[in-house]
Design a protein. Structure first.
Length: 201
């Protein structure tokens, strides 16, 4: 409850809401990459059509948070980010990497992106009690650094045979649901950013 309260209170004031970047960058593992989807049906590709602006898919299947930190400079920071959508933790969980290490790595990602001048959105990939401790930890990070928080993106997908390609990945229809959930959460901030940019011209 405390974490949820912290998130809700921070939701009104996202850091770098006036970002001057150009691209939305989806930075994650196989869920971001689109494993299990048809060509062009990964959630970043679908999101690009919804927001009508450049979206870069920087997802690599099997990536862990430590590996992501090693590629963040080339794959994210050098690509003029407006908003970076961070989706990591699933492979850390499967490999039994201590949660504290994952959280520390994600926190370092957030700090680097904020310093670069972009907004950050943290993705929650928990499913019920599975990875619930990740969700709570990410909520705390979101409140601390005033990021966007995208909750429950996989809720109801991994338990629905019609929406998944295997036991942990959505199929094309499942990724469509993910894309809509991401879009619904980030679009208010993109609209504020656009309005503020126009008002300064």
């Amino acid at each position: 409850i405390t974490a949820l309260f912290l998130y809700n209170s921070s939701n009104k004031n996202v850091v770098n809401i006036n970002s001057l970047g150009t691209n939305i960058i989806c930075f994650g593992d196989s869920i971001t990459e689109g494993q299990g989807s048809e060509l062009g049906k990964d959630f970043p590709s679908l999101l690009a059509k919804m927001v009508d602006m450049p979206v870069i898919n920087a997802g690599i299947g099997g990536d862990i948070s430590d590996g992501a930190l090693k590629r963040i400079e080339n794959d994210v920071l050098r690509k003029d980010p407006l908003l970076v959508i961070i989706e990591f933790g699933g492979n850390d969980f499967l490999r039994k990497i201590p949660l504290s290490e994952t959280v520390a790595n994600v926190e370092e990602m957030i700090k680097k992106i904020i310093t670069r001048g972009a907004m950050v959105a943290l993705v929650d990939i928990s499913s019920g009690v599975i990875m619930g401790d990740y969700k709570q930890s990410y909520l705390v990070l979101s409140a601390k650094y005033k990021t966007i928080f995208i909750p429950n993106v996989l809720s109801g997908i991994i338990t629905d045979p019609l929406l998944k390609s295997d036991f942990i990945h959505p199929n094309s229809q499942g990724y469509k649901v993910v894309a809509h959930r991401v879009f619904r959460t980030i679009i208010p901030y993109l609209n504020i950013n656009t309005i503020n940019r126009k008002s300064k011209k």
